[in-house]
Design a protein around this ligand. Structure first.
Ligand SMILES: *Cc1c(COP(=O)(O)O)cnc(C)c1O
Ligand code: SF4
Length: 346
């Protein structure tokens, strides 16, 4: 059973019957979620690929979920498309039964339900269990989100804990994806955090602007611009082909609203594990402009082990990037090791 929640699961009635990989330009982000692809079969059909590429067994463990805005950036008829591989459940997931359910020790660092504190000065709020996409390699694919507070009143214990701990200078809104919440709820959360004098920075970990760029709407920009705290967005791009003009426009809007933009990606075999793919990604990012922050080695989560790249190979790729890119364009290669006081550089 999947633990990451699928937004508005009622809408399987996709506009995909006519194989039209064409998100309507006027959709709001909520409409876009509603029209997202919810099965591997629909996905391969839309791309003109054979049905047997999709695995029912993989989907029983973690459902397929991908917005049309993202699917429209995939190439037709290409089973190894780097965007497709991130979202299609394949038999590789069930072949390799190794991997852990809680690879990064989240369960041990829970302060109160929905609040994790692993590192000095920073606390991470699981603001929502829903996402704009289901990434097959997600380290939280088995996280018990149904135990996590949903809605405003249930955040109160987390807010009280942050308020009581003067050492917390930075609050990270994560999930799931915090931007799956309504902006009215986010505005209240930002206001509550902003009223705590010791909170200086708010960081939003999100894949929404990459998947559904119209999520960067006026009401979002309003709470970003209104915050007393410094606001960082840590986006999650894994491949240069994920950047289209809509995404670029969204980045510019966030920037103009005063946010600092960083990227974290995951090194994934078959998706972005070549010098060229990483160089293209980082180059594209600094142009739009988003600073590459972390390149993560895969967490050993069950169902994702086929994406693993060796540490030696990862170091080679980073060494190649250093030769071609400005220093600020090279991400730190890190792995999360449960119990360590920070992400561990390789
Ligand atoms: C990754 C993570 C952070 C942020 O770490 P940085 O190195 O500051 O990016 C904070 N809290 C938790 C629980 C994390 O997993
Ligand atoms: S958006 Fe983030 S939390 Fe959601 S499935 Fe992808 S990696 Fe996991």
């Amino acid at each position: 059973m999947s633990q990451i929640l699928t937004p508005e699961a009622e809408a399987v009635e996709a506009c995909f019957r006519n194989k039209n990989v064409d998100p309507r330009p006027g959709w709001t982000w909520q409409e876009s979620l509603k029209h997202s692809i919810r099965s591997g079969r629909e996905l391969v059909e839309a791309l003109g690929l054979p049905f047997d590429l999709a695995s029912k067994a993989a989907e029983a463990d973690f459902p397929v979920f991908a917005p049309l805005e993202y699917v429209s950036r995939m190439q037709l008829g290409r089973p190894d498309d780097p965007l497709l591989l991130q979202v299609l459940g394949t038999k590789d997931e069930t072949d390799a039964a190794s991997g852990l359910l809680d690879p990064v020790g989240d369960s041990q660092s829970t302060l109160v339900p929905g609040l994790l504190k692993k590192y000095a000065g920073r606390a991470l709020m699981i603001a929502s269990g829903a996402c704009a996409v289901h990434c097959r390699y997600c380290f939280r694919r088995h996280f018990p989100y149904s135990d996590v507070p949903a809605g405003r009143s249930r955040w109160q214990p987390a807010l009280d804990a942050i308020s009581a701990d003067q050492s917390i200078a930075e609050v990270i809104l994560s999930g799931g994806d915090p931007l799956s919440l309504r902006d009215t709820a986010l505005q209240r959360l930002i206001d509550s955090l902003g009223s705590m004098a010791h909170v200086q920075r708010i960081r939003v970990h999100t894949r929404f602007p990459v998947m559904i760029p119209q999520r960067v709407c006026q009401s979002l920009l309003t709470w970003v611009a209104s915050s007393r705290c410094a606001v960082y967005f840590v986006l999650h791009f894994n491949h240069a082909a994920e950047v289209d003009q809509h995404v670029v426009d969204a980045m510019h809007k966030l920037k103009r609203a005063g946010a600092m933009l960083l990227n974290q990606s995951v090194l994934l075999k078959g998706v972005n594990d070549s010098e060229a793919a990483q160089r293209d990604l980082c180059q594209r990012l600094i142009d739009i402009p988003v600073l590459p922050y972390y390149l993560h080695q895969l967490d050993h989560v069950r169902g994702a082990m086929h994406f693993q790249v060796s540490d030696d190979r990862a170091r080679e790729i980073i060494a190649a990037l250093r030769k071609d890119l400005p220093g600020y364009g090279v991400p730190q290669l890190v792995r999360e090791i449960a119990g360590q006081p920070h992400k561990v550089p390789l």
